[in-house]
Design a binder for this molecule. Structure first.
Ligand SMILES: Cc1cc2nc3c(=O)[nH]c(=O)nc-3n(C[C@H](O)[C@H](O)[C@H](O)COP(=O)(O)O)c2cc1C
Length: 355
């Protein structure tokens, strides 16, 4: 079973990921992983933190000379900004005088962030103990793992790509010290019919992709194919007729977004995610000081105006990971050759070819 376990705070020393369930012999390209990490850092409206970070992946286990060993991968992405937070994020009580960032407790939670709910839940007296992990900094590890899984998918000719569909006016919002959200779309080509299952709701590919996307910070809506628009159509207009040509079965339309009954149907997978405007505002909203109970203004911390382009990269990685997980369930194999051979034998059996 393909699985990613992560740890790491936004301003701690590093993000750490343990990735299990890959076959042995999968060729990985360090530049492709670092390339995706760089893509995540770009886009209109990102904060100056992105100029500090320059994310790169370090692989501490599970890969030798560019190929997976079939053992757990240990991935690390260092937080370069940590040098400014060594005192503030020290795991042990610091023995030196307070210096750098994070020396004063945060007590004014930001509306729209995890600050209030997380701090109440865990009984913290410093909102930083919540916000450090709730921060979307951890999506760097999502992207690193997604890049690894994209290499697995490439071996069965599946390609996944995310793009921005819609986004608020960043320049205007920034001038007004406000933030914006937007909509991203992820498409996966070459996905064979049969990933996921209608057998249980946990196995449904649409449910799994929705959970993967909803699991990303600030995503508040997910659509598969024509999604919400389907609700307003007649059945005769909504469903994709089944046709056959010399390459096998196909559809002329794809309103289902490549999934029927929780199973991929051989058409392109199309999913969209809506991102809310980011909660950290340079012109803060009203809040309450948790230490004193007094009315105040929410925490202002260095922050993006928009992260919709970054979300398109994180969403791409998240969809790739879930498709990779479903493909591992279907095709198995301890060695990459076994996995590819099982895919080949299956595609041979069914009237379908990648288009
Ligand atoms: C790539 C990415 C970057 C983000 N950057 C910021 C940011 O700079 N400032 C901010 O307030 N929120 C940012 N967010 C959103 C918050 O992390 C998110 O709103 C918060 O954790 C609360 O979770 P929720 O919106 O899912 O309820 C970002 C989200 C993503 C996906």
């Amino acid at each position: 079973m393909l699985r990613l376990t992560t740890a790491g705070e936004s301003h701690g020393p590093a993000l750490v990921g343990i990735l299990t369930g890959l076959p042995a012999g999968l060729a990985l390209d360090r530049d492709a992983i670092d390339g995706d990490l760089a893509r995540r850092q770009q886009g209109y409206g990102r904060s100056p933190r992105q100029q500090i970070e320059h994310d790169r992946v370090e692989v501490l286990a599970g890969v030798r000379h560019g190929r997976t060993l079939g053992t757990p991968l240990a991935l690390v992405v260092t937080n370069r900004d940590h040098k400014n937070w060594e005192w503030g994020m020290s795991p042990w009580p610091p023995e030196t005088e307070p210096e750098g960032k994070g020396t004063k407790p945060v007590t004014l939670p930001r509306p729209g962030h995890a600050d209030l709910a997380g701090t109440l839940k865990y009984g913290h007296n410093d909102v930083r103990n919540t916000l450090e992990r709730a921060s979307a900094r951890q999506t760097a590890m999502t992207v690193a793992a997604g890049a690894v899984v994209k290499a697995l998918l490439a071996d069965i000719d599946v390609a996944v790509a995310g793009a921005v569909m819609d986004m608020g006016d960043v320049d205007e919002a920034k001038a007004e010290r406000d933030t914006v959200g937007g909509v991203v779309e992820v498409r996966a080509r070459g996905v064979p019919p049969g990933l996921g299952s209608y057998a249980t709701k946990e196995q449904r590919l649409d449910a799994r992709l929705a959970a993967a996307l909803m699991g990303i910070q600030a995503v508040k809506g997910v659509e598969i194919g024509a999604g919400f628009a389907l609700a307003g159509l007649r059945g005769s207009e909504a469903h994709d007729e089944i046709l056959r040509d010399e390459n096998g079965l196909h559809r002329e339309t794809n309103r289902a977004g490549g999934i029927e009954g929780g199973v991929s149907n051989g058409e392109e997978i199309v999913v969209r995610a809506a991102m809310k405007p980011l909660p950290t505002l340079m012109r803060p909203l009203r809040s309450v000081d948790l230490a004193t109970g007094e009315a105040g203004e929410a925490l202002v911390e260095r922050s993006d105006t928009a992260a919709v382009e970054a979300l398109s990269v994180v969403a791409e990685a998240s969809v790739a990971f879930e498709l990779g997980r479903a493909a591992r369930e279907k095709f198995g194999g301890d060695a990459i050759g076994d996995f590819v051979a099982a895919y080949g034998a299956y595609v041979e059996r069914i009237p379908w070819q990648p288009r």
